[in-house]
Design a binder for this molecule. Structure first.
Ligand code: PLP
Length: 878
């Protein structure tokens, strides 16, 4: 592990490592940085403006050497400091307006602190007004002025006295000052918001600000820590608009790219005795920093300020180049902003730009600009960076000395990145994360994104749902984003592990369903970025927190009911842990039960097999789906084998007896209702056995009944051994939350029908390879009404959904916004039958069979029938 990550900042260290921005540079010269392998990187960040002359400018070093040669002392407070006096004089001579005194500091943020103290002490007022989305530094006073809650919350900021108005809005400023007379000491503002996303204010803003501040007797602070000293093609950005502040703040570039130094310039009226006597800093105004500051000013002002004029011209060339790229890629670039060599590319990418690509999701998760920056670094050897607050903006802030050739190289690199982005080509964009360059030339272009309907919620009276999903396996990622098939399995594995750590729950697809009877529902699919294994292995509380944030997202987006897909229902105990989150939920288990039984019944029918002559086994019979399925299927089959988890046999048995008892009680109820049963079926056998308790007896009597029944004779038996009992079953339904492959070629009867309701699947792929006689079907695949496109690809044909999704959709169609199908160990038969009715009413049907995650085509069906018949005949002969 790099010592930076190990000893300095483990969090940032890891993040940089994860997105491969963790390069260590061992040499910097001019606009270039070099790593230990000798790779050369063109720097267009310039330490956020602190490297006006690039790395290690010889004149700055010469100045430092001179100090060394002369042995001039550096920290000699208190005394009449020569270098500080000289630099103060030079700054005041070149500063706009009537600035008169300079307070030196060691950084930008301290400069802001000094300004706040100056204004408060000069005016006797507490209030400091700043702008939303501003950036003024991260010490507590400056952080309080920084109008971005994300940076403040955990640190007790803002401290007392701070308030904010929108940047660029003069009316808001005037209103605030008018409404709070005699409260505000100062208004602090950046002439161009830097970290906010390179935002230029409207024409005439600074002049208007000046006028309003004068009108209300409020001091005006221009924070030119980033814009000052030539960055925008003027010595100070405010000079472009001819507006003078009461305080002018500079830092960054004043240190010539080598020394830390800042300066707060203020007018005679602002400077005051209290401040003069009580403000100090040990390091501030030190000789070395001030001499370097003097040299930096010399370089900037040499030849009548020709370097700054050149910044203006080069800045325009760079900007024109970027504007051309915007014209070439209008789909992904929203604007090109900034002045001089302080430029920004604002991206317009959202999920809707590339519905079938992870790129839009990265953009929504504020990951895209870091990724683009890293692509440029690793693939194009150009360093750019996102701005701190402007999540969709990349800043371009090269050293002021950048030459035209370097500008064109940077533009070419940026164009290459934009080309990849414009294709929505996630795999190519992220390729630098998975290969070290040798696979640069692999075929990343061979994919076609699926088109999705562009739906949005309507004002109309339609149902609203959300459904929470998570990736079941790597294939899910490729199903969703087709470009990812360019990766090998291990590459995709590495990548998705990182991805899952970095992203929050997000919306992956949007859909509208119109049911058979004309009801409508709009819904969204929300992804929890955790694989099944991660969900099982992460601490439960962490998983639940993530699920709660997904529910919150669903609620904020207007869902009336939320379905818990795949393992999210298992880890929340069938939704029990989530039932009080202020939004109704469903596991979708009721309709899943219905489809398990219907699928098996349909398969039996297709194979001309009589249910009442068939033995059915339900693996995972004590779970919510297993139990419901056992009860429902008991109406039709000749014998039922309930299989429980062998891990804790005693408690499994206790639970299995209860399920068996419930099955018998259900049959007893049907008998009481006068239902007649096919000969040979469980109902037929139990009604004839003579000692079945009456339907209204307590469950305990049925438990006794089950226990007293001879195991060989009993139509309902229990077991915890799949290997022992599955060979007896004509039909196997698997509904466990186990991630293991419990159902193998060795434990299946000849010609068995297997319906796997479990996700991840419980049936081993070996069954497909070595047991052609077995019909293995994926349970719970539904054709939704109108074959609606669900808005994302999870591996099914368009118009198909899982049963649990379908239950969520039908509850939304019905506006049945109540907790439904909740609980880990049981759902009511009433509810199961309710969803059967709803499915019928709204037009949900079983889809064509799928097997091992693929549609079961006619050819495959015929092959199964053939080998099934062959094996059956053989069996009969034997
Ligand atoms: N003010 C502005 C406008 C800035 O851009 C910055 C830094 O980016 C600061 C203040 C804070 O400067 P520092 O990081 O040196 O504390």
């Amino acid at each position: 592990m790099h010592p930076y990550r190990e000893y300095v900042n483990p969090h940032l260290g890891k993040l940089l490592e994860d997105i491969k921005m963790d390069k260590s540079y061992i040499r910097g010269e001019g606009c270039y940085l070099y790593d230990s392998e000798g790779n050369e990187y063109l720097d267009c960040i310039a330490a956020y403006g602190a490297l006006p002359f690039g790395y290690n400018h010889p004149d700055i070093w010469e100045c430092i050497h001179q100090i060394h040669n002369s042995m001039e002392p550096s920290f000699v407070q208190p005394s009449a400091l020569n270098a500080a006096g000289e630099l103060g004089k030079k700054l005041i001579e070149n500063a706009p307006g009537n600035l008169r005194y300079v307070t030196f500091t060691n950084s930008g943020t301290e400069t802001v602190e000094a300004a706040i103290k100056l204004c408060r002490s000069a005016s006797g007022k507490l209030g400091i007004l700043a702008t939303n989305n501003s950036f003024h530094g991260k010490t507590l006073g400056a952080l309080s002025a920084t109008g971005k809650e994300t940076y403040q919350k955990e640190f007790g900021a803002p401290v007392e006295g701070f308030n904010y108005v929108d940047y660029g809005n003069l009316e808001a400023l005037e209103k605030k000052l008018k409404d709070n007379p005699e409260y505000f000491a100062a208004f602090i503002v950046e002439p161009i918001q830097g970290e906010g996303g390179i935002i230029e204010p409207p024409e005439g803003y600074l002049a208007g600000v000046r006028e309003i501040c004068d009108k209300y007797g409020v001091l005006l602070i221009f924070d030119e820590i980033q814009t000052g000293l030539g960055r925008t093609g003027k010595l100070f950005a405010c000079q472009r608009q001819g507006v003078n502040p009461d305080l002018l703040l500079i830092a960054k570039a004043l240190g010539g790219g080598i020394m830390p130094i800042g300066a707060c310039l203020c007018t005679e009226q602002v400077y005051n005795e209290e401040f003069a006597e009580k403000h100090s800093s040990t390091f501030a105004a030190n000789t070395m920093a001030c001499r370097v500051g003097l040299k930096a000013l010399d370089i900037l002002l040499d030849n009548g300020g020709s370097l700054i004029e050149d910044v203006r011209i080069k800045g325009q060339i760079f900007k024109d180049g970027l504007i051309k790229l915007k014209q070439k890629y209008p789909k992904i670039i929203k604007s090109i902003r900034g002045q001089g060599l302080m430029l920004g590319i604002e991206f317009s990418i959202t999920k809707d730009t590339f519905p079938g690509s992870l790129i839009g999701i990265m953009a929504e998760q504020e990951l895209l600009t870091p990724i683009i920056s890293s692509f440029l670094l690793n693939r194009e050897c150009v360093r750019v960076a996102p701005t701190l607050n402007g999540a969709n903006v990349i800043r371009i802030e090269p050293p002021l000395i950048i030459n035209r050739e370097q500008i064109f190289r940077a533009l070419k690199g940026i164009e290459n990145a934009l080309e990849v982005l414009n294709q929505g080509n996630t795999a190519k964009l992220l390729s630098f994360l998975v290969d070290d360059g040798e696979a640069k030339h692999r075929d990343y272009e061979n994919f076609v994104h699926r088109e999705y309907p562009n739906v949005s919620p309507s004002e109309n009276d339609e149902g609203r749902f959300a459904f929470i999903v998570h990736p079941l396996d790597l294939k899910n990622y490729m199903d969703f984003d087709k470009s990812l098939s360019a990766y090998s399995e291990s590459e995709l594995n590495d990548l998705t592990e990182k991805w899952n750590q970095m992203v929050d729950p997000f919306v992956v697809g949007k859909t509208r369903i119109i049911s058979k009877c004309g009801s409508k529902a709009y819904g969204e699919f929300i992804v929890i970025p955790k694989t099944t294994e991660q969900l099982i292995n992460s601490p439960r509380q962490q998983v639940l927190d993530e699920l709660k944030s997904a529910l919150k997202l669903a609620k904020s987006r207007g869902a009336g009911i939320v379905g818990l897909g795949a393992y999210t229902s298992v880890v929340s105990m069938g939704g029990l842990y989530l039932k009080d989150q202020g939004i109704p939920i469903t596991t979708g288990n009721s309709y899943t039960v219905v489809t398990a039984v219907d699928s098996v019944t349909a398969a039996l029918k297709k194979l001309n097999q009589n249910p009442s002559e068939s033995v059915a086994a339900v693996v995972g019979a004590t779970g919510s789906i297993g139990k419901g399925t056992s009860i429902l299927i008991s109406e039709n089959v000749s014998k039922l084998i309930l299989v429980g988890n062998p891990r804790n046999r005693r408690s499994s048995y206790a639970r299995l007896y209860r399920v068996a008892a419930e099955v018998c009680k259900h049959i007893s109820t049907l008998i009481h209702q006068g239902v007649t049963f096919d000969p040979g079926s469980i109902g037929d056998k139990l009604s004839k056995c003579g000692f079945l308790p009456d339907y209204d007896q307590p469950l305990q009597s049925f438990i006794e009944f089950v226990k007293s029944y001879d195991r060989k004779e009993s139509p309902v038996i229990i077991s915890t051994s799949v290997n022992e009992v599955l060979p007896l079953a004509d039909v196997v339904i698997s509904a466990t939350s186990s991630v293991g492959k419990l159902i193998t070629p060795a434990n299946l009867k000849i010609g068995a029908i297997v319906c796997d309701m479990s996700r991840p699947a419980n049936v081993s792929e070996e069954v497909e390879k070595t047991r052609p006689d077995v019909l293995a079907i994926d349970g719970g695949v539904i054709q939704v009404p109108g074959n609606a496109d669900l808005g994302w690809d999870f591996g099914f044909d368009v118009g198909q959904a899982y049963a649990c999704m379908s239950e969520t959709i039908m509850l939304a169609l019905e506006k049945h916004y109540k907790n439904t199908s909740i609980g880990a160990s049981g759902i009511s038969l009433k509810n199961i039958l309710f969803t059967r009715e709803l499915a019928e009413k709204h037009g949900f049907e079983l889809a064509r069979f799928r097997s091992f995650d693929r549609p079961l085509g006619d050819k495959k069906w015929e092959r199964i029938i053939k080998s099934r018949n062959k094996c059956m005949i053989k069996k009969d002969v034997l």
